[in-house]
Design a protein around this ligand. Sequence first.
Ligand code: ADP
Ligand code: MG
Length: 722
Amino acid sequence: MKTMAMNLSTPIEQIPRIGPVFQKKLKKLGIKTIRDILYHFPHRYEDFSNIVPISKVKINENYCILGKILEIKNSRTWKRRMFLTKAIVQDKTGAIKVVWFNQPYLTKTLKIKDNVCLAGKAVTGDDGLYLSNPVYEKLPMINDKLSMINFTHTGRIVPVYPETERLSSRWLRYIIKPLLINFRNKIPEILPQKIIKENKLLTIEKAIWQIHFPDSINLAERAQKRFSFEELFLIELAVLRARMALNKEKARVIPMDIELVKKFLKTLSFKLTDAQRKSSWQILKDLEKPRPMNRLLEGDVGSGKTVVALMAALETIKAGYQVAFMAPTEILAKQHFKEVSSRFKDFNINIGFLTGKEDKFISKKLKGETIEISRAKLLEKTIKGDINILIGTHALIQDKVKFGNLALVILDEQHRFGVEQRAHLMRDRGGTGEGLSLIPHLLSMTATPIPRSLALTIYGDLDLSLIDELPKGRKKIITKVIAPANRKKAYGFIKKEVKKGRQIFVIYPRIESGKSEITKNKISSWTEVKSVKEEYERLSKEVFPKLKLEMLHGKMRPKEKEKIMIGFKNRKIDILVSTSVIEVGIDVPNATVMVIEGAERFGLAQLHQFRGRVGRSKFQSWCFLFTDSPAKRTHQRLKALISSENGFELAEKDLKIRGPGDFSGARQWGIPDMIMDSLKDVFLIEKTRQAAKELLEQDPELKNHSFLEERLKEFRERIHLE
Ligand code: ADP
Ligand code: MG
């Protein structure tokens, strides 16, 4: 391979062995450069290191043999259905038959007199012992000088890569091995020596070999540990530096107006919980500072985050600035618009509402009167500063939406937004004021509790406020897994609840039936997945013919969705049959039963969210879980849901059961699977955080660590932090 001019940033197009088809496949996996491909790690290994003389081969055991091909030819079975490639391979101690099934092309590669290493299991058939479908590898010669380096697919511990995009492990080995040889001693070490020593890590040189072609499983594990460390270390550095940078930025000072807060609290029909009070205080204190707040308000579903955010909004508006309030779905944005409209009705505030799909804009003029104005007019009012608070969806971050003096951005259900979208919001959108570049304060909210380990990493640049108690008087939601035999009984129960005047949610994992959908999070799809459309038909015709049912899913037009949500809120609908669009934030206190079908398809955090849709009033509420999945993990998860009502506890459990795959943002950060696992390791995270802190204290600009600085830059581009 000609690699004279290659370095780690060289695009894969310049690797001679990778043709256009494979380039495309690799790109789909996000692999663009040589570094990316070298950092594409195996997820497990196959141990083919047990090489034995042919005479020692026994039935039903895995072996590797080295020999010369005496004979090889293709044939077909008598049914003419199957190709057989039969060969005889010999070494000094004897000969053995080999059979491959349905791989007739092998005779193009493997010829008589070729030296091969074969790895596989020996079995007996009609004509004696033979190796069945062994993995093969051609060798230029067989002699005593053969060592590990000569083997790629057999004869050693062999890497097995996640075979997505139909990239075989064999092909990846064929690409990666020569690259490793070419880049021997040329991969710069980014970790400082001190850190390597203190944490007993393998050096990059050693680790990159050992992760792909390990001499032992122990070394493979040590290599993994080193790369986990490296990845977490980069995350921590990025996060800590983002924080340092933010601390240097300027933001508008919003003085705390206690009288205003008191006036607002008087309008509420309830008293704030202690946790709400404490969080509000932290937020209002942040707003008084001349640097941008970056705070995450974490609180379980129904804990009352919205009023806390509204206090911050009110203070900001009364200080003369604008607020943007963004929600991930239209339904939720609309709900916020309504809530804000009613809560602010005595405060003389102009409220705007903007979504992307809906080409209609409403501006809430003084005292509760709603008028519709054109999009252009709304945007104009926003830039002039006439709109005090603009509520909406992603539409708020379009470039044409400009604010006159934006000082606070509120992001609801922030885990639903991409890192990029969040970053976009943080850009200077506050106008230029007195020639200063001002960054708005950011308050993000989430009901998906983030385990501490993740909070330290991915959200490490955020300050955290916790609402860890629910308003008083809420009843515990009774959660049950319903066995298929009891389905009828459950339906009977639902009918009774409706008779009492209550309402019901039924959630399905999918909109339409069909088998093409790929299962998420390795959850197998051996059951027919129930779909909203089919089940809506069945439930309304066969099960609840006398009740009023409606269907809700993400493919419906915003107007239809809204109509249905409003209908449900106004009790015009008894049973709402929905997909997970219902998940976030929806507040219908009269609903008392949440039925979740295909519960195995949802993560714990999500299930907990669904459950949080009920239990919002004085009525006793229930959550019924249906699943056909026999998987142990599913039952573990559902059990956890039953035994705990605490979102934080559940998040920790989910992390243990499933790994962090589903957690907020972890995927968006492009963290490799292997490393994702290490996000469970709080101890490791704390170590890397400490190391990153110490390094930045000595060398904040990383001037003396140029390789690291360079790598960090690439890393930040990868995760779109800027
Ligand atoms: P979430 O934190 O899930 O966003 P919401 O802000 O939607 O929760 O609040 C859930 C419900 O609880 C709302 O109807 C809200 O008016 C009500 N609520 C908020 N705070 C309190 C409180 N301190 N006491 C009683 N009800 C409250
Ligand atoms: Mg909410």
